[in-house]
Every structure is written in structure tokens, then in C-alpha cells.
Design a binder for this molecule. Structure first.
Ligand SMILES: NC(=O)c1ccc[n+]([C@@H]2O[C@H](COP(=O)([O-])OP(=O)(O)OC[C@H]3O[C@@H](n4cnc5c(N)ncnc54)[C@H](OP(=O)(O)O)[C@@H]3O)[C@@H](O)[C@H]2O)c1
Length: 238
């Protein structure tokens, strides 16, 4: 199998980690990006190296709220080319419009929108061809303000996904995946996912499989660009 390289932001833990394991299994080499989870990123790299010795796995540290402008060039320097960029890293803080501080607004917009914008720009300028997948959220369809800054950062990223697809045309396909509740926040109650799913049309949590299937579909369907795939059991409809 041909080896291609993917950069996944925030891939030391949780969804990013699952994406990394899934792509590695399909012969991808990986740039594992982290910010604070150094030990988890190193452990993932060592684990993947041991199982897939013919592929290349490297870790890259970058605070996306501070200086995202170095990441694409550093990864490209190490790998030569980046065939797939997945903007997965994110911050997720509750706050209504009235409660939102300038600091919280800046943080949500920096990590969730500004950094992916810069990574997309640099990817287009430096790598020139490939695939971009942006991680969104089913919240982009709603007007609920309990995560106002987070939701708006993902709305902007969704719009950017389609704008990028239009600008980059046939050279870089750009698509989004918009999950519903997939993994519970670290401090959540035991039945968090079941309780969230109860109010959705499909009434049960979907877990990682719908997301991994959407990833495979985007990679396989070479005519797909500017699409947002909702993996949310229909939550977008309510
Ligand atoms: N979890 C869900 O159920 C769910 C639902 C809807 C949408 N999503 C979307 O799916 C994606 C993955 O979700 P998740 O729950 O796995 O995400 P997460 O655990 O909240 O965050 C993923 C990673 O983002 C990185 N990150 C945060 N701030 C950063 C910064 N300043 N610079 C660089 N990296 C930073 C962290 O890396 P370090 O740990 O290395 O600091 C973290 O491990 C996100 O885009 C999220 O919005 C998730």
C-alpha cells in the first residue's frame, strides 16, 4: 500500500487519537500534533511505530492559540509533503453571550477558527494539493447560546470550509465533519452521552464509528468538496 502523510491537530487524545489510530491502520504516516499532552503524544507515536514499522510517525508541539504559523512548514520539512490536513484541535467552553469575556472569546476563536484558517492558508500555499478536513459540530445549525463563542467559532469554520473548497478547487478538496455528542467531556456524568442522545431523532449515541466512516468516505470520494457531513443521529434537525 502507498504511504501518505496526514497532519492531525490535537491527536494525542480523544477523537484526534482515534483518527490517528484509524489512519495508521490504513498505511498513513502521521504528524501527531499536540499542545499540552506531550506524554500521550509520545506514547501514541511509540505505539504506532512498534505496530507499523514501515510508516513514519513524528510528534509536533504547537500552541495554536499563540503561533500556528510555524506548524505546516515544520511538518512539510520533515515529511516532504502533507497529503491530508485534519483540523481537529479545539477548545470547548460553556458561556452564554452575556457571560462571555473577551479572553474566552479570543481563545475560542483563536484555536477553533483562526488557527485552522492559518493552517489552511499555509497548506494551500506550501503543499499546493491534497485534502483538508475540518472538525465542526452539530451546534453550527443551532442558535442555542450555552456555548456561544465555541458555536460561533465552528460556524465560522464551517463557512471557511466551503469558502476554501471554492477557492482551492480541484487542487485541494475541503470538507467538514460535524459530530454530535461523541465522547463525553472528561468531567461529565456517567450517562452523559445517553442523556444527550435521548433528545435526538436516533435516541442513542453514535460513538466514533460514524466519524471514522465519514473520514473514509471523504478520502474515498474524490469528487466530494465543500460538504459538511453531520454525524449526529439527526440532532441537527431539532
Ligand atoms: N467530543 C465530542 O463529542 C465532539 C462533539 C462535537 C464536535 N467535536 C469536535 O471534534 C473535535 C475533537 O473533539 P475532542 O472532544 O476530541 O476535542 P478535545 O479533547 O476538546 O480537544 C482536542 C485537542 O485539542 C488540543 N488543543 C486545545 N487547545 C489547543 C491549543 N491552544 N493549541 C493546540 N492544541 C490545542 C488539545 O491538545 P493537548 O491535549 O495536546 O493540549 C486537545 O487534546 C473538536 O474539533 C470538537 O469541536 C467533538
Amino acid at each position: 500500500m502507498e504511504t501518505r502523510t496526514a497532519l492531525i491537530t490535537g491527536s494525542a487524545k480523544r477523537i484526534g487519537n482515534e483518527l490517528a489510530l484509524h489512519l495508521a491502520k490504513q498505511a498513513w504516516s502521521l504528524a501527531i500534533h499536540y499542545n499540552s499532552s506531550k506524554a500521550e503524544a509520545m506514547a501514541l507515536r511509540d505505539y504506532l511505530k512498534a505496530i507499523y514499522p514501515k510508516q513514519v510517525f513524528k510528534v509536533f508541539c504547537c500552541d495554536l492559540s499563540d503561533n500556528p504559523e510555524t506548524l505546516i512548514s515544520e511538518v512539510k520539512k520533515e515529511f516532504g509533503q502533507i497529503d491530508l490536513l485534519i483540523n481537529n484541535a479545539s477548545v470547548y467552553s460553556p458561556s452564554s453571550i452575556k457571560e462571555t469575556s473577551v479572553e474566552l472569546l479570543n481563545e475560542q476563536m483563536s484555536v477553533n477558527f483562526k488557527a485552522p484558517f492559518i493552517l489552511m492558508r499555509d497548506y494551500a500555499n506550501l503543499c499546493k494539493k491534497g485534502i483538508i478536513i475540518n472538525f465542526l459540530d452539530t451546534r453550527i445549525k443551532k442558535f442555542a447560546s450555552d456555548y456561544a463563542a465555541y458555536s460561533l467559532s465552528k460556524v465560522a469554520l464551517s463557512h471557511l470550509t466551503q469558502m476554501g473548497a471554492l477557492e482551492f478547487g480541484s487542487t485541494i478538496r475541503v470538507n467538514g465533519i460535524a459530530p454530535g455528542s461523541t465522547l463525553a467531556p472528561p468531567d461529565a456524568n456517567t450517562n452523559y452521552l445517553e442523556n444527550r442522545a435521548a433528545s435526538t431523532p436516533m435516541k442513542e449515541p453514535g460513538g466514533m464509528q460514524p466519524i471514522l466512516k465519514s473520514l473514509d468516505y471523504i478520502l474515498d470520494n474524490t469528487y466530494l468538496t465543500g460538504q459538511i457531513l453531520f454525524c449526529d443521529g439527526g440532532e441537527q434537525l431539532i
